[in-house]
Every structure is written in structure tokens, then in C-alpha cells.
Ligand binder design. Structure first.
Ligand SMILES: Cc1cc2nc3c(=O)[nH]c(=O)nc-3n(C[C@H](O)[C@H](O)[C@H](O)COP(=O)(O)OP(=O)(O)OC[C@H]3O[C@@H](n4cnc5c(N)ncnc54)[C@H](O)[C@@H]3O)c2cc1C
Length: 392
């Protein structure tokens, strides 16, 4: 496509920043709006999968992510009280040199933000978006303070899982999780090169994800503990020591690590959503990342999907004769990968986060033995790596 577009990017998270960088480098005029009052690197750990490595290289952030992050070789999960391994996936089953990267979310955010600044993206903070309107061929963005900004050839909806521009709003999934950053345990039990989880049926789940260095250069691990939203108030009202005893009963080696948590405020309750828009393109508005396809982070794909969407949108617009054709190409290119993972995530999540006995029994007695077969190992590794149905 020849000619620069005037583009508004709604949301400066992973998808928004990545698309801002790529489209600004093409010469488009980009304004990015985010409701945060200032750059806000919040949250805990993420797994970057092989599926997004090429995009991170294009963005110019891969070397930093690889250096600061923790190389991950495998994902493992044991069920309690037996301690039997019911999940054991190695990236090497996919390709000998394949790996994932555990990273602190603020490291990824800051790397993207620096590239966006270098690409001269006009970034507006404290800009809460409420709605979108179509005005002839142009897009108009409406803000919480009553202002309207129009004249955009394209508006990119990158407002995340609770985007007000996405028509189908959903309530959070029944289960979310408490997250905290902890220092890396010194004891020998800790799996420094993989994500390790413990399950009690599918009702309780604890995880330790090595996430490399934080912004102070200290090695960290992201700890998570699944919790139903309805139980959050009760959890806050219970002494932290009682909860620690519950965690330690499930995973005794965590005793020393949990000393780092002094109050309930040291843990953040994350909400998870599952929602898929069947058509991300509506005239001059296109949804990417979680605003198109939000899913529980059980499979560790969302940030990777957001980066891949951003790169696909940029490439589709660049290679098509018109913007409309570029948007249609973007949808065609991404739909199989996106919808496949939405279905896989929807099917898999209840095996790890739900109440009842049947699904965890099926997981432990049928799925776990089958998953040790060589073909299943390869398939699981491809699924975790994010490359199933991805195309080029
Ligand atoms: C606890 C947790 C763990 C996760 N772990 C992983 C993992 O291991 N691997 C992985 O790949 N993914 C993981 N994910 C998913 C991943 O974080 C998301 O898929 C990813 O952040 C989506 O990027 P996005 O840019 O679409 O949305 P977001 O990153 O949510 O960005 C949305 C942006 O929009 C802004 N915004 C929102 N509403 C408004 C508004 N009205 N006006 C203006 N601005 C607004 C927000 O401030 C934010 O900056 C995890 C998610 C959670 C919650």
C-alpha cells in the first residue's frame, strides 16, 4: 500500500506498542492512547514462546528479552498428594534447539516502549477511551473527558481483554490467580529452567515460573496460586499465615520462599477472561491482541499472540493495494491460528482450573499416560510453543 495512513492506536499494552512501532517505522502517522497516567509496567511473569521470536527480532527487542529473561526448557506439573508427574512437556520434543523465555512483564513492556519512543510514536497517557464511531470513511475515538478525536483512516483496538470497543463483553472466568514476584529459591529442588506446577484435583494450583532478571538486575521467579473470585474477599480476611500453611501443605519446599510475602498486598489477584470476536475488522476499526481473543493464560500464549497479530497487521497493510484489502488479508492470515488456540484454551483450562473430580481424574489417569507417547510429546510441545496452525 502506498501512502501514509493517519492511525490511532487504542491501548499501549503489548499489542498496541508492537503495532505502533512497526507501523510508525513504515512511515504512517501514529497516535497511541492509553488510560494509564504514565508508562505502567505492571504484573508478574510471562512466557515468551518460539512462535513470537521472529516478531521480537523484527521489533528489535529479542536480544534484550533473551539476555534478561530465563531460558525455559520444559513445563512440568505434579498432582498431589501422590506427587505423580501428570504434565511434562519439553520444547526439545519439537526441535532440539527450541526453548521458551520466562520474562518479567515490565522488562518486555519497557523494551517495547523504548522502541516506540525511538520510532517517534506520539504517545498520549491519561487518555481513557470510551467508544468508537464511524464517520464516513473515517474513525472517531471518544474519550472519558468528553473529547472526540477524529479523522483517522484506521483505529486499532488494542485495549485488552476488557476493551470497551469490543461488543461482546464477558465476565471473568470463575478462576483467577494470585501472583507475586519472589526471589529465586537457593535450595536444590527448584527447577530453574522450567515452569513447575502442583495440582490438587483442578481446584488448587500453584506454580513457579523463573522469569530472569527484574529491572534491578535481581533474579526472580513468578509465583501463582489459583483462586476463585468469589473466595478473594475471604482470602483477604484470613490471616496470611493460614493461607501460607495451605500452600505449604501442597508444596512443602515453598516454605522459605513464602517468607518474602508479608501482607496480602504483596500478591495481586489477576482476572482471566475467555472471549473471541468472530470478526475483528469493522470498517475502519480492527481489533488485535486480547481485544480480539482473550483467553486464560493456562497455555501461556496471549502476549505472543498479541505480538504476532501486530506483525501480521503491519505486513498485511504493507503488501495490499488498499487498506480494506490489507485488513481482509490480516484477518485471513491470523484466523486459523487465533481460533485454534481459543478452542484449545477453552478445552484445556477446566482440566487445570475447575471444581469437581471428573476432569482432573481424566487428566491424571488417561491424558497423562497418553501424553508420554512420542507423537503426543511432539504435539504438546508444538502447542505450548504456539506454532500449531500458525502458518508462516
Ligand atoms: C496473570 C497473567 C499471566 C499471563 N501469562 C502469560 C504468559 O505466560 N504468556 C503469554 O503469552 N501471555 C500471558 N498472559 C496474557 C497476556 O498478558 C495478554 O494476552 C497480553 O497482555 C495481551 O496484550 P494486549 O496488548 O492485547 O492487552 P494488554 O496488555 O492488556 O494491554 C491493554 C492496554 O490498554 C490499556 N487500556 C485498557 N482499557 C483502556 C481504555 N478504556 N482506554 C485507554 N486505554 C486502555 C491498558 O492500560 C493497557 O495498556 C497472562 C495474563 C495474565 C493476566
Amino acid at each position: 500500500m502506498s501512502g501514509a495512513l493517519n492511525i490511532a492506536i487504542a491501548g499501549g499494552g503489548i499489542a498496541g506498542l508492537a503495532s505502533a512501532i512497526l507501523l510508525a517505522r513504515r512511515g504512517h502517522e501514529i497516535t497511541l492512547y492509553d488510560k494509564a497516567p504514565q508508562p505502567l509496567p505492571v504484573g508478574s511473569g510471562l512466557i515468551m514462546q518460539p512462535s513470537s521470536f521472529a516478531v521480537m527480532q523484527r521489533l528489535g527487542i529479542f536480544d534484550e528479552i533473551e539476555t534478561k529473561g530465563q531460558r525455559l526448557e520444559r513445563l512440568a506439573g505434579r498432582v498431589l498428594p501422590s506427587g505423580k508427574m501428570v504434565l511434562d512437556v519439553s520444547y526439545s520434543a519439537l526441535r532440539e534447539d527450541a526453548f521458551g523465555i520466562g520474562i518479567q512483564r515490565d522488562i518486555l513492556y519497557t523494551a517495547l516502549l523504548q522502541q516506540a519512543i525511538a520510532a517517534k510514536v506520539d504517545i498520549c497517557f491519561s487518555a481513557q477511551i470510551m467508544a468508537y464511531e464511524q464517520d464516513g470513511p473515517e474513525g472517531v475515538v471518544l474519550f472519558a473527558d468528553g473529547t472526540r478525536k477524529g479523522g483517522y483512516d484506521l483505529v486499532i483496538n488494542a485495549l485488552g481483554a476488557q476493551s470497551p470497543l469490543t461488543p461482546k463483553q464477558r465476565r471473568p472466568l470463575e478462576f483467577g490467580a494470585l501472583w507475586a514476584n519472589l526471589p529465586v529459591p537457593k535450595e536444590g529442588w527448584f527447577m530453574a529452567d522450567g515452569l513447575e506446577q502442583r495440582y490438587f484435583k483442578a481446584e488448587k494450583m500453584a506454580g513457579m515460573l523463573p522469569t530472569g532478571k527484574n529491572s534491578n538486575g535481581q533474579q526472580t521467579v513468578a509465583f501463582f496460586w489459583s483462586l476463585q473470585h468469589k473466595d478473594y474477599a475471604k482470602w483477604r480476611a484470613t490471616p496470611l499465615a493460614d493461607w501460607k500453611r495451605e500452600v505449604i501443605a501442597l508444596w512443602p519446599q515453598l516454605a522459605t520462599s513464602l517468607d518474602a510475602l508479608e501482607t496480602h498486598d504483596d500478591l495481586i489477584m489477576a482476572k482471566y477472561f475467555h472471549r473471541t470476536l468472530f470478526q475483528p475488522v469493522a470498517q475502519s476499526l480492527v481489533a488485535i491482541g486480547d481485544s480480539w481473543h482473550a483467553a486464560s493464560p493456562q497455555l501461556g500464549q496471549g502476549a505472543n499472540m498479541a505480538l504476532i497479530d501486530a506483525a501480521a497487521l503491519d505486513a498485511s497493510l504493507a503488501s495490499a493495494a488498499t487498506m480494506r484489502k490489507g485488513l481482509a488479508r490480516f484477518y485471513r492470515q491470523r484466523r486459523l491460528h487465533v481460533y485454534s488456540y481459543q478452542i484449545i484454551s477453552w478445552l484445556f483450562t477446566p482440566f487445570y482450573q475447575s471444581t469437581g473430580n471428573f476432569l482432573p481424574l481424566l487428566r491424571d489417569k488417561i491424558a497423562a499416560p497418553l501424553s508420554r507417547l512420542k507423537l503426543a510429546q511432539k504435539l504438546l510441545a508444538a502447542m505450548v510453543a504456539g506454532v500449531l496452525m500458525k502458518g508462516r
